[in-house]
Design a protein around this ligand. Structure first.
Ligand SMILES: [Zn+2]
Length: 420
């Protein structure tokens, strides 16, 4: 999250602007970049020189002359470096090595039977080593790592302040992972924020400046993009929509300790429990389904698919999520709301109900202009977000000269700050 506006931040933002134009329109001449970004030609020349020197863009021949000399064209150099991306959830770890043109060179998925920070970091290390071996990428060429983690994440300090999902308090995740993977600097961000960033950069939200991504999973969270940037509030924790109260009295108990939170009513666990309670036990017995191991994807297959009890649960879930979405539309006036996570896979039945609630519960000036969609990136949105975070740091040129000499806190400092 970029909050300041000092000259260093401005420089980084301008570099990212130039990167975006080269990525979108390259091969492109310097004067055209200036036109597209609104930056002065001399600023573009300075930034282009820095990016050329770093090797992450290259000169590729000449463009058409408009009278004078033919201009030299610039484009990205995707093979110049790599980034490592991590998506962490309770019970599951997905990692990948990317090039600079968003291609996944290799991906690794593993289940985690522990959520202890040391064990999780060890598992990340093992994945990293195996991906390096698989791809043959030089670890020195991996300039940044991006991590999408559940919980309240202080991204500038690299600390997961609290995650009820992982049962973590003040875990200095950036520093721990960095130490485990040879000092590569690590940018950590909340998983819903990372997914929102991915949707804005590569998904349905491309070109949108005001969008909300809602991760509908065991936990429910939102990543809010406002004016093109992640909007995190004072400490970066904004978007904890799973803990918005939906039932004032006698609601179900939530992992956060309160009652009646949205997450306790329509998080994955709550939805599956409701299905088990309402579908006759004989259906499970007849088809050999273990109710304790029921997953959202089972609701999409026979015999559960189409059962009136299941349809009712989907309807109720859609209503609850629809109320949340309507509230967000009234509150934030976004251009687009994207539903992602496991429950988004419930498909059109859920989506239509959500759209219906929004139509019904928003002021028409806000409700009529918002587009509500299901993510087409599904599980990979947060991983792509982790990649996007790392890529931003690469183009910010904060680590190029002297790995580890970046602005990330040292392991010792983070430990101390984290109070562990
Ligand atoms: Zn709660």
């Amino acid at each position: 999250m970029r909050t300041g506006s000092n000259s260093r931040d401005l420089k980084v933002m301008n570099r990212l602007l130039v990167r975006d134009v080269i990525r979108r329109l390259g091969p492109i001449a310097r004067f055209e970049i200036a036109k597209e970004t609104g930056l002065t030609p001399s600023t573009v020349t300075v930034i282009a020189s820095e990016l050329l020197e770093a090797g992450i863009i290259k000169e590729v021949g000449h463009g058409e002359s408009s009278g004078g000399r033919r201009p030299i064209l610039l484009e990205l150099n995707p093979m110049a470096a790599n980034v490592f991306a991590v998506r962490l959830q309770r019970g599951e770890l997905v990692t990948a090595i990317f090039d600079l043109a968003q291609n996944i060179l290799a991906e690794d998925e593993q289940s985690l039977d522990t959520a202890l920070p040391d064990d999780v970091v060890k598992a990340i290390r093992v994945s990293f080593d195996s991906l390096v071996e698989k791809t043959g990428v030089d670890p020195e060429a991996i300039l940044w790592a991006g991590v999408a983690s559940p919980g309240l994440v202080s991204s500038h300090r690299g600390v997961v302040e609290r995650s009820s999902n992982l049962d973590w308090v003040k875990v200095p995740l950036s520093a721990m992972i960095s130490q485990a993977i040879g000092g590569i600097p690590v940018q950590v961000e909340n998983i819903s924020n990372a997914a929102a960033l991915a949707e804005k950069e590569y998904g349905l939200g491309r070109g949108r400046k005001h969008l909300v991504f809602i991760n509908l999973s065991v936990g429910i969270g939102a990543g809010i993009i406002s004016d093109g940037e992640i909007s995190g509030g004072v400490r970066g924790y904004a978007g904890e929509v799973g803990h918005v109260t939906l039932l004032a009295d006698n609601g179900p108990l939530c992992a956060c300790g309160n009652r009646g939170c949205l997450e306790a009513i329509c998080g994955t666990r709550a939805v599956l429990t409701k299905v088990c309670q309402t579908v006759p036990g004989s259906v499970f017995a007849e088809h050999g389904i273990d109710a304790d191991r029921l997953a959202v994807k089972d609701l999409l297959l026979p015999p559960l698919k189409g059962l009136p009890e299941v349809q009712r649960v989907v309807e109720e879930t859609g209503q609850a999520i629809g109320i949340l979405v309507a509230n967000l539309v009234n509150l934030l006036n976004p251009e687009m709301i994207i539903l992602g996570g496991e429950l988004a896979a419930l498909g059109d039945g859920l989506l239509e109900r959500v759209r219906g609630e929004v139509k019904h519960r928003t002021l028409k000036e806000l409700g009529q202009t918002v587009e509500i969609q299901t993510s087409t990136m599904r599980g990979s949105a947060a991983l792509m977000g982790a990649y996007a975070l790392a890529l931003e740091r690469v183009f910010a040129l904060e680590s190029w000269n002297g790995r580890g000499a970046s602005s990330r806190p040292s392991y010792a400092a983070a430990l101390q700050e984290g109070g562990i």
